[in-house]
Design a protein around this ligand. Structure first.
Ligand SMILES: *Cc1c(COP(=O)(O)O)cnc(C)c1O
Length: 398
């Protein structure tokens, strides 16, 4: 295959973009700039940099060269003009909302969101005079009627945490564009290796880099990617004044290291998750399996259009409900009971009592986050070992 004129592919950009060893004493790996502030070559130069009329680094809360490289790579991988790195996924989500929304605005959120994101909108922002409308954005008719003129922001996850519902981003972006609303998509579960929301009409893409982007369960981080002007606004207010949620240079370095293997890891996570989903679907102790690779009907079309592989998250409900689910989790030996996801280790958690405990119980039930739901983040161990542990624990719990 002749690629001499082709633009660099995803993995090539994840490994090389924006860095030339010649600029750093030949170091193959980009250096970590552990500094809180920067020396100005003259008083005038410092004044101009603070005023924004001269390029340069001023203070570490808003910019650091190790973060800059991460931001350039994430913008390229998501296919956006710019990106901003922050201290956590919640730092990215809150800095984005605080920068773009005012009292009196209306925000439409999907009804299935990460627990702390849902709490931020419904119990946090709602206290500051922002109207929060909760809608089923997987239903294009419900989306179109909820997103009316005057809506400032539309916020969704796809696949959604924890029940893996998928949402047609383009079907939400069309009424949002007509209403003048900014569409924000949390792409934590799929990552840009499998899904690039900006290609389907999302204005901003947010991430918990704590999960697959870092990929090794050893840091917290967040990303927001989008148009350069919007990212500059979020950096200048949401990060600088309103949250101070700055990513440490060491964590920026670790996320850059994670990105180098992102595509490779997502292929393996997806392949093993597909095998686990098939095992669960074929086991008599399991009542229901949620996995984008097993979607049917309109959801299957959305998965085919938006995702190049199903990802590493699988949820299921045991026929014995909550009690059987907890027995099953306690019978696992290799699979680790823990919240979070996207690590090398296979993790299992119980959303109703863990990640989604911040939802009132009646809203959890209404949103399909049932008490018996168990969620796996399928890791990178030898697939047969993961499958054997789950099969044995299912038999023990049945
Ligand atoms: C974990 C998570 C978040 C929050 O990210 P933190 O890095 O923990 O702050 C947001 N959205 C999704 C989908 C998540 O899984």
């Amino acid at each position: 295959m002749d690629r001499s004129n082709a633009p660099p592919g995803f993995a090539t950009r994840a490994i090389h973009l924006g860095y030339d060893p010649a600029g750093a004493e030949g170091a193959l790996t980009p250096p970590i700039y552990m500094t809180s502030t920067y020396a100005f070559e003259s008083a005038e130069a410092g004044g101009e940099m603070v005023a924004g009329t001269r390029a340069g680094y001023v203070y570490g809360r808003t910019r650091n060269p190790t973060q800059t490289l991460l931001e350039q790579r994430m913008a390229s991988l998501e296919g956006t003009e710019a990106a901003l790195a922050l201290a956590s996924g919640m730092g990215a989500i809150t800095a984005t909302a605080w920068s773009l929304v005012e009292a009196g605005d209306r925000i439409v959120i999907d009804h299935t969101l990460y627990g702390s994101t849902y709490a931020f909108f419904t119990r946090g922002l709602a206290r500051f005079g922002v109207e929060i409308a909760v809608a089923d954005l997987a239903d294009p008719a419900a989306a179109a009627s909820a997103i009316r003129p005057g809506t400032r922001m539309v916020y969704l996850e796809t696949p959604a945490n924890p029940n893996l519902r998928v949402i047609d981003i383009a079907a939400v972006a069309a009424p949002a564009r007509a209403a003048g609303a900014t569409v924000v998509v949390d792409n934590t579960f799929a990552t840009p290796a499998l899904q690039r929301p900006a290609e389907h009409g999302a204005d901003l893409v947010v991430h918990s880099a704590t999960k697959y982007l870092g990929g090794h369960g050893d840091l917290l981080g967040g990303i927001v990617a989008g148009r350069a002007e919007t990212i500059a606004r979020i950096r200048g207010s949401g990060l600088r004044w309103m949250t101070g949620a700055t990513l440490s240079p060491l964590n920026a370095f670790l996320i850059l290291r994670g990105l180098k293997t992102l595509e490779l890891r997502m292929e393996r996570h997806s392949a093993t998750a597909a095998r686990l989903a098939a095992l669960l679907a074929g086991h008599g102790a399991v009542a229901r399996v949620a996995f984008p690779g097993l979607a049917s009907g309109a959801a299957a079309d959305v998965v085919a259009r938006q995702m190049s592989a199903p990802g590493g998250l699988v949820a299921c409900e045991l026929a014995g409900g909550l009690a059987a689910g907890l027995r099953f989790m306690n019978a696992l030996r290799l699979v680790t009971r823990a919240v979070s996801l996207g690590d090398a280790e296979t993790l299992v958690q119980h959303p109703a009592s863990m990640t989604h405990a911040s939802y009132p119980p009646e809203e959890r039930a209404r949103h399909g986050i049932t008490d018996g739901l168990v969620r796996f983040s399928v890791g990178l161990e030898t697939p047969e070992d993961i499958l054997a542990d789950v099969a044995r624990a299912l038999d023990a719990a049945a």
